[in-house]
Design a binder for this molecule. Structure first.
Ligand SMILES: O=C[C@H](O)[C@H](O)[C@H](O)COP(=O)(O)O
Length: 226
């Protein structure tokens, strides 16, 4: 199976866990896309849910496809969020934010009773760190912030949009993509990054995952839970 088919079957497996009456968090990215699509089909078939989104893109998809939408200001908890990831390690810690949505995604994950991660097997790694770690920073004092990220060993590069201008997140911030090498202690790095004043959030999701649904190349599905 090709990568797109694997993303789709992982997403569709996770969507089976959604039940009537749930408040559902919608992730962002090419894998979450398939989950949103399947959720929309189930809503058309009669599933009664409401959904909150982790990005403007996912909100647009949900609205376009007729998924009842709820603002995060109207809810206290999310029953279940389904989202993709850029890397998943053996302890189910993640790197996220390749699509720039890490801040809102982390807000949703933290508010969710169950946080389900959907990936194809290429995202499974023994140790995080091959994928550059996205760090969302305020658009101010870039030089000072990049210096602090360098002091932590991050080798930061400001992300650019296709037009060559700085990529701007849904929250009006910038992304510094950082190469730390192998991240042996993601919990500690997560804290140290977020202690830098101009860092809004980083793409390490430590201890947040409830289950990972991974699609293997042969089309089989592996579920790992904490
Ligand atoms: O900011 C984007 C998100 O964290 C995505 O969930 C992540 O980058 C994985 O995206 P994809 O499913 O497109 O590989």
């Amino acid at each position: 199976m090709n990568a797109e088919e694997l993303k789709k079957i992982a997403a569709e497996k996770a969507v089976e866990w959604i039940e009537d009456g749930m408040t559902v968090g919608l992730g962002t990215g090419s894998t979450a896309y398939w989950a949103i699509r399947r959720i929309a089909e189930r809503v058309k078939e009669g599933l009664s849910i409401r959904a909150a989104a982790s990005s403007m893109r996912s909100e647009e998809l949900a609205r376009e496809w007729g998924i009842p939408f709820v603002s995060l200001d109207e809810i206290d908890r999310i029953d279940l969020t389904i989202d993709g990831a850029d890397e998943v390690d053996e302890r189910l810690h993640l790197i996220k934010g390749g699509g720039g949505a890490l801040l809102r995604e982390k807000v949703l994950a933290a508010a969710s009773d169950r946080f389900i991660v959907i990936v194809d097997e290429s995202k499974l790694v023994p140790t995080l760190g091959t994928f550059p770690l996205p760090v969302e920073i305020v658009p101010f004092a870039e030089r000072l912030t990049l210096n602090r990220l360098r002091e932590l060993g991050g080798d930061p590069v400001i992300r650019l949009a296709p037009d060559g201008q700085r990529y701007v997140t849904d929250n009006g911030n910038w992304i510094a993509d950082c190469r730390f090498g192998k991240i042996e202690d993601p919990a500690s790095l997560n804290v140290r990054l977020n202690q830098i004043p101009a860092v809004v959030e980083n793409g390490l999701f430590v201890g947040m995952t409830s289950s990972v649904v991974a699609a293997r190349k042969d089309g089989s599905i592996e579920v790992r839970s904490r």
